[in-house]
Design a protein around this ligand. Structure first.
Ligand code: UTP
Length: 302
């Protein structure tokens, strides 16, 4: 089977417990937290759409029903907006909604790990290459991170691709880390991956940052996977096994990522996206500089 077929489907694992955001995530999914006014899951879907993805597969769990509602029509709201003449808001809702039949939802009954969540999507993906986007990693990139990955995938004749970025060495033990050889512009071949290595055992300080293009053979490997780091079924462990028979590329994509599963990353994303917005940017800049003044800090004025 060729490894370069088009990428038409994306999997969004959204079944995690989001314990780092309690109590916010007690009754509300982490993926519905907003960066300014867009939920994390909407930002991930926007990114996938920009990359030409046509089918969006959500792996959900308990307490995640609102994600399904978010990607549905809201008749009462729409008719109220129409009655009040709020056409800009109506257009926005319309634009954000994937077309009928473009979304699928399946369930991970127990949060056994990211690898297990992806495996839960196997019947919906079928036997074709697919993308995975972790919505709590928010990528600020133009073209979108996934669009850059799809371009590299086609340029290099297919295979598997992961987005990578450099982190300070003291942080490598929190992530999946890759080795890099045969660099060509901004991408390279990977021959080693380790999930959450000790600093001295990490092959580099390049981490996998929540975006993957995978060949469907990964599902066979996930079906026999056993728990790895943190007692969870890890996607990195299955990718290590797939590397024995298929190429893996790392893409040092152009852009900035914000780990919105972490409070500090989440707050930083809100500041960055808020400052960049045409509508609220100037007023937000003023408000930020007042806040910073109160704490004896300064925002450089443009
Ligand atoms: P995280 O590692 O951030 O875990 O998952 P989490 O449970 O969401 O959050 P914390 O660590 O308890 O605060 C990364 C992504 O993988 C999904 C999550 O929903 C998130 O989008 N995930 C994780 C699953 O779908 N299932 C799992 O078993 C684990």
């Amino acid at each position: 089977m060729p490894l370069s077929r088009p990428i038409k489907k994306a999997v969004f694992p959204v079944a995690g417990l989001g314990t780092r955001f309690l109590p916010a995530t007690k009754a509300m999914p982490k993926e519905m937290l907003t960066v300014v006014d867009r939920p994390l899951i909407q930002l991930a879907v926007d990114e996938a759409r920009e990359a030409g993805i046509e089918h969006f597969i959500f792996v959900t769990g308990r307490n995640k029903g609102v994600i399904e509602d978010h990607f549905d029509k809201q008749y009462e709201l729409e008719s109220t907006l129409r009655r009040r003449g709020k056409s800009a808001e109506l257009d926005l809702l319309e634009e954000d909604l994937p077309a009928a039949g473009q979304t699928s939802f399946t369930r991970q009954q127990e949060p056994l790990g990211l690898g297990h969540a992806i495996w839960c999507a196997r019947e919906l993906v079928g036997h074709e290459p697919f993308a995975v986007l972790l919505p709590d990693m928010v990528m600020h990139a133009k073209p979108s991170c996934m669009a850059q990955m799809v371009e590299t995938y086609h340029q290099r004749g297919g295979g598997n691709v992961v987005a990578v970025e450099e982190v300070p060495w003291e942080q490598v033990s929190r992530y999946g880390v890759v080795s890099a050889h045969d660099w060509e512009n901004n991408h390279f071949m990977i021959d080693r991956m380790v999930e959450k290595p000790k600093r001295e055992e990490a092959p580099s300080n390049l981490i996998i940052s929540g975006r993957y293009i995978l060949q469907p053979e990964i599902f066979d490997l996930l079906s026999t996977a056993t728990p790895g780091a943190g007692g969870e079924i890890q996607i990195t462990d299955a990718m290590i096994r797939l590397m024995a028979s298929q190429p893996f590329l790392g893409l040092a994509y152009k852009g900035t990522s914000y780990d919105c599963g972490d409070k500090v990353g989440f707050l930083a994303a809100n500041i960055a996206f808020g400052l960049e917005r045409d509508d609220i940017g100037p007023a937000f800049r003023e408000a930020m500089s007042d806040v910073l003044d109160r704490y004896g800090l300064k925002l450089c004025r443009r």
